[in-house]
Design a protein around this ligand. Sequence first.
Ligand SMILES: [Zn+2]
Length: 262
Amino acid sequence: MFYLVSIGNFLYVIIFLLGVSLGSFLNAWVWRTRENFRITSGRSMCPACRRQLCWYENIPIISFLVLKGKCRTCKNQIPKHFIFVEAVTPLILMLTVWSNLHVLELNPLHFTRDVVFAILLIIIFVYDFLYQEILSEIVWFGALTGLFFNFYLDYTLTSLLLGAIFAGGFFLLQYVISRGRWIGGGDVRFGFMMGLWLGWPVVVAALVISYIIGAVTSLAAIATKRKHLSSATPFGTYLSLGTIICVLWGNEIVRWYMGFLR
Ligand SMILES: [Zn+2]
């Protein structure tokens, strides 16, 4: 018994370390995509003075804490999202592993799919939060990979197409009515991708959950008088959260809700 627990813990320690490194890589990727660097060009650098970092300034989470979030030489603040992504990526990966081991019956293809979806959602979340833009190349790539994975998993084409038409159409309608003032084209593409990832009816749950998270955040912002928090938070971040919840627990949520109706 003790043996099994240790093996399980060891697995999560490995996943944590992989997740921290992945988070660090995603930070670099997002920043370099924004700054139009090539990801292969050179080593990590300070975002302010662009000095190349030495190894001990480049240890995820730890370096940020030791250097108190500042560059060692130019003393500029390192943006807080760097440590946020380094800390949250391993947590999401651990949840993905946990959900695939305990909620579902373990299926390597399903597990790979969930890891890919999680990584794409972290990129979309961070990029949209920082720059108010949902990267369309990530969404198109996501839509195609999702379709590929789900084709080999037990999804029907009808469920996927219905989901894509429903969620994509839902945002397209708002886009057309408001002439692009309420939401952007990025949200329409995101809705389309959500449908291909989750299928009908789980995509409906993901939309509802995204709106609930958005409403709760706005209320919290009003209550704490930090209005800028809700008005500046783009909708793609809420959609990413609603989507990851439903990638991991969508079927359970729908089943739970259906139990209420009966
Ligand atoms: Zn610097």
